[in-house]
Design a protein around this ligand. Sequence first.
Ligand SMILES: [Zn+2]
Length: 441
Amino acid sequence: MSVPSPVELLQTLVRFDTSNHGDGRSAGERECVLWIAGLLRAAGWEPQLLHRQDAPDRLNLVIRVPGSEPDLPGVLVHAHTDVVPVEPEQWSVPPFGAVVAEGYVWGRGAQDMLWSAACMVHTLLAWGAEGTRPRRDVVMAFVADEEDGGAYGAQWLARDHPDLFEGLELAIGEDGGMCQTLTGLDERRVNVYTINAGERGTMHLRLRATGTSGHGSRPSGQDAVSRLVGALHRLSSHRWPLTMSTVVRAHYEQLAAALGHPLDSADEESMGGFVDWLGPEVAGPMRWTIRPSATPTVLRAGYKVNVVPGESIAEVDVRCPPGTVELVDQTLRELLGDQVEWEYTTRGAPLESPITGEWWEAMVACIHRHDPEGIVIPGCMGGGTDNKAFAPLGMDTYGFTPAPPDPQGRVAAGYHGVDERVPVSQVEGGSRMLRDFLEHV
Ligand SMILES: [Zn+2]
């Protein structure tokens, strides 16, 4: 059987509409996963298909490739097959058309994260065709529902089927290790590869305030809306302190050193100045990793302008960098006060994995085999990934989907937005790098 190219695989993956609208509604991962399973079976593999009993449409695929040295700790590679929804009228190409043009593959999910899924499938097909085996056991998981928290995907698999991941001590998933070509203070161009070794924790809050309902012409100052708004105002105007974990500090300091930019990581102004100098395109989410954040996102109260409602509800998206869980707990208690009831609806701890040692060195070595001059630094994600589900199983977790620079300087764009696209070179080079990593680690 001839092995389809990574780009061909990605095109087919994009054409499955796996939009995840949340609320437990199916994203239709089943068709996509069955297609992957068919390819793998034809290549001689025996994938396992798994779904929650109440959700046969939310199919997950897990496959274990036995290593030639079975006593070594194994490696998990995971990718989600669902994507975020689209507003097609804003796109300049059909979002599920998988057009290849201008050196990119275009479509929803091309970058987040079907290109990685394509690299994984390609590696399995190539190994199948050539009879190659990695040294370690490699488990690949194609999971549902990442874009809505993973209750039908990674979270469920890790909790109900931990046996699938037995003996694994490293998990790699989205995203990190992709080349960013940056210009230093001295105008020198450097290739920087940021491997994400940390993730902020995700804490979602639900707030509820109550008060006596009544006529809108007779304010009491003790009504449900005023109480809730007071608590939200204290929360959203709070200035969270700078809290730098090992990974975040290393990210800032090593990036500044690579670019020849002065930085005092203990000084707020110096940190802010560095991020401003980088600009939003380059800095990306790094400006949010140095402190917790609390963003009110949902508000519900009232039904008629002249009636004071008896209840008001809000939801808040709180993110906490590694090492700040206690600080955040305590601060929330103080800021929210006793006029509102509140609870965590989600409480995912932050992640922080080692930035020294065998796994780290293996990832750095992989990048250096492809780009000897490349500078590899650790980073921290502002949000979260399925790594949060796998970390409790005892694995060190990294955002590591390595890819080389594009020869014409193209970069992926439109992630969760309009005209999502990924350079063809990222898909082809990334596939080579993933395979190389798994064969050397
Ligand atoms: Zn993603």
